[in-house]
Ligand binder design. Structure first.
Ligand code: ADP
Ligand code: MG
Length: 326
């Protein structure tokens, strides 16, 4: 068995803010295997950035320990920094008057990239995030998305084995966000481990195999993405639209299906169903209930993490826990 990329044990962090003690993290324990991509979710203030900063050696924990490939984040700073790339959301730390290339060169040297091959590595990284054409323009003229892409290039320039991404797609347009997802997917295919915080569940859906949910500083859930998706209690939503008199929704209720709603407007009706499990029986019920209806179209949408998250977030944050077996 290979060594885990990230090991977090009973990690805690408190802040004192104007005499008031704030517990940003309490007793958090989990592991990330080498090459694994784990999504980190939780409401604002749940402790995600605090956790990311501790792993990146930018903040000390109050209690507990964290290790990156066996290196303690409070003692082995040099080793941890060499193997860890971090991209924090927001726009900090760039040198506004310098160009993207010079910024990247500076951070590359901080990350321990040797002079040999530095130029080529910097240009390759700029190319990867689509900034090569703007490499010599002062960063202060960059758009928000361009700055975010430069942050990503900085996070990757040291060829890290662990990548910590805190809301990396914030401020990116859909094309840029997609490009970033592609880059992260490529990196993970080469064995890089990723801890990815994002409010865009699409990022998690595309990239992560597992999700960790923090609630009020504590670990509220740690489970595979497909298990997380099953927490919705249904696997798909069926939407049927038609004209004339609407079907009888109650005829569709069964152990496999639940009627969400039947809505009528301007001569058409829309029926929404949650399918818990597909079975021959569910098709039969649909056929029966719709036999006398005039159907315009049918859409089947697999459950989205977006739906699950909004559904379970309230439950998780009210204190109940769901810890998946690892
Ligand atoms: N430097 C700080 N001083 C005081 N409180 C802080 C500081 N940093 C974070 N916090 C508090 O810690 C909690 C967790 O914050 P954070 O880790 O940023 O959450 P998230 O990234 O999940 O939104 C919040 O209550 C936040 O206000
Ligand atoms: Mg945050």
């Amino acid at each position: 068995m290979s060594e885990p990329a990230i090991v977090v044990e009973e990690l805690g962090r408190t802040f004192v803010d104007r005499g008031r003690e704030i517990t940003a993290l309490r007793d958090v324990s989990f592991q990330v295997a080498a090459g694994e991509v784990v999504g980190l979710l939780g409401a604002n203030g749940a402790g995600k950035t605090t956790l990311t900063k501790i792993l990146a050696t930018l903040l000390l924990p109050t209690t507990g320990t964290a290790r990156i490939f066996g290196h303690d984040v409070t003692r082995d700073l040099r080793e941890v920094r060499r193997m860890t790339g971090v991209v924090l959301g927001g726009d900090r730390g760039l040198y506004a008057k310098l160009g993207g290339r010079d910024n990247l060169r500076f951070f590359a040297m901080l990350a321990g990239v040797g002079r040999r091959g530095l130029h080529a590595k910097v240009d390759a990284a700029l190319d990867q995030v689509g900034l090569l054409d703007a490499a010599d323009r002062a960063v202060e003229t960059y758009s928000r998305g361009m700055r975010q892409r430069l942050h990503i290039a900085i996070g990757m320039i040291g060829e890290p084995r662990v990548l910590l991404l805190d809301e990396p797609t914030v401020g990116l347009d859909p094309v840029e966000a997609d490009r970033l997802r592609g880059t992260v997917a490529l990196l993970s295919a080469t064995g890089v481990s990723v801890l990815l915080t994002s409010h865009y569940l699409l990022d998690i859906e595309r990239l992560a195999g597992r999700v960790i949910i923090l609630a009020d500083g504590g670990l509220a859930a740690d489970l595979p993405v497909d298990e997380f998706a099953r927490m919705a209690g249904y696997t798909a939503t069926v939407t049927v639209r038609g004209t004339g008199s609407p079907p009888d929704g109650s005829a569709l209720s069964s152990p496999d299906m639940a009627v969400g709603s039947v809505v009528e407007s301007e001569g058409t009706w829309t029926l929404r169903l949650h399918v818990r499990d597909w079975s021959i029986g569910s098709f039969g019920l649909l056929e029966h209930a719709l036999a006398r209806s005039s159907v315009l179209d049918v859409a089947i949408d697999p459950v989205r993490l977006e739906d699950v998250y909004s559904q379970v977030a309230a439950r998780l944050e009210s204190g109940s826990t769901a810890r998946g077996a690892r």
